[in-house]
Design a protein around this ligand. Structure first.
Ligand code: NAD
Ligand code: UFG
Length: 340
């Protein structure tokens, strides 16, 4: 089976490629490298000991996409490609809608033209907005508070419309909670540009001395210690979820919408403590004002994933932090080897 992986050079995509290749799938990576590098492809090749086909192109480039489907027999697409920075999306809504929504429309149009009708889409827990309670099941009300989140909601709706128009489509919407961690080899991992927005990359860069102190955004939330609670999930567990979805996709007779989380909520302070344990030293932090748009708590009810995919997360918060730290300490400047 040949799988086209859009955004396959990125953080979640690269880990998923490794898992799929090890399970015997052929992968073709399609990525414009707007948030990734050739180095991540080399690292996937190192881990899997296989040559990887990279098509360096944009999902908005219809001709380039047609050429891929003409050249290869693609059985299914995993669609990771997209811009994902919440704050940037507020500043540049058109860029986000163009890249994420228009790009997906072009991808679907070309897939349809080539009778490839199986797609796994990267959605996000952000589609639950500010949930009324936790744990969150897939039937919770949906909302968006920023253009990034709205792009995910729209694409989910577009994919449901595709299925309504033609029930031969096999569609899986995977709603990820907070992916962290890295491949256990420390060879691939998350490589954010500039100052990290997300918690664990920021903690990791503080631990290695690139940042002075972690700002904890608010300690007066209604949570066990006042700091925000999230469902952190190991990226290798997430990768396994994609493999399990692909293995079953041809059997689905409706659009499948599935949470991928652990079902456990950890506060910012809990994560900091687990990370300190991995590093073996304390990490400086200070309490800062709440970050606009943040919610108190968000964690999944992952029981539907278990029922439908036979999937459940197996790695705990300590393993997530150990693997994030191994990646960070082996690669203090991410994939930018020249700077190391
Ligand atoms: P990432 O930025 O590391 O990976 C995305 C990849 O897509 C990058 O390699 C980038 O170069 C590529 N890309 C972007 N626009 C493209 C385009 N127009 N054409 C071709 N390639 C393009 O991000 P990630 O964390 O691996 O996320 C993957 C997907 O999962 C995204 O759709 C993201 O929105 C979604 N998601 C991520 C998180 C998270 O916290 N990381 C949470 C929920 C959902
Ligand atoms: N936090 C800090 N300091 C930081 C960064 C984060 O205290 O420097 C806190 C946040 O306030 C929040 C928690 O750490 O309580 C997690 O924040 P992240 O930015 O790591 O993650 P979010 O839950 O805010 O958002 C992430 C992705 C979104 C995605 C969402 C749900 O960034 O794109 O998970 O999947 F939509």
């Amino acid at each position: 089976m040949s799988i086209l992986i859009t955004g396959g050079a990125g953080y979640i995509g690269s880990h998923t490629c490794v898992t799929l290749i090890e399970a015997g799938y052929e992968v073709i990576i399609y990525d414009n490298l707007s948030n990734a590098s050739h180095e991540s492809i080399k690292r996937i090749e190192m881990i899997t000991e296989q040559d990887i086909t990279l098509i360096e192109a944009d999902i908005q480039d219809k001709q380039a996409l047609h050429k891929v489907f003409e050249t290869y027999t693609i059985d299914a697409v995993i669609h990771f490609a997209g811009l994902k920075a919440v704050g940037e999306s507020v500043q540049k809504p058109l860029t986000y809608y163009q890249n994420n929504i228009a790009g997906t429309l072009t991808l679907l149009e070309v897939m349809q033209a080539h009778h490839c009708k199986q797609i796994v889409f990267s959605s996000s827990a952000t589609v639950y907005g500010d949930p009324a309670s936790c744990p969150i099941t897939e039937d919770f009300p949906l909302s968006a508070t920023n253009p990034y989140g709205r792009s995910k909601l729209f694409i989910e709706e577009i994919l449901r419309d595709m299925y309504r128009s033609d029930t031969e489509w096999k569609i899986v919407l995977l709603r990820y909670f907070n992916p962290i961690g890295a491949h256990p080899s420390g060879t691939i991992g998350e490589d954010p540009n500039g100052i990290p927005n997300n918690l664990v990359p920021f903690i990791a860069q503080t631990a290695i001395g690139k940042r002075d102190s972690l700002a904890i955004f608010g300690d007066d939330y209604d949570t066990h210690d006042g700091t925000g609670v999230r469902d952190y999930i190991h990226v290798m567990d997430l990768a396994q979820g994609h493999l399990d979805a692909l293995d079953r996709i041809s059997t689905f007779s409706e659009v499948m919408t599935i949470n991928l989380g652990t079902g456990k909520g950890y506060s910012v302070l809990d994560v900091l403590k687990a990370f300190e344990k991995s590093v073996g030293k304390t990490i400086p932090y200070h309490i800062a004002p709440r970050r606009p748009g943040d919610i108190a708590s968000c964690y999944a009810d992952p029981s539907y994933a278990k029922k439908i995919l036979g999937w459940q997360a197996t790695r705990d918060i300590n393993q997530m932090c150990q693997d994030s730290w191994r990646w960070q300490s082996n690669n203090p400047n991410g994939y930018n080897k020249e700077a190391q």
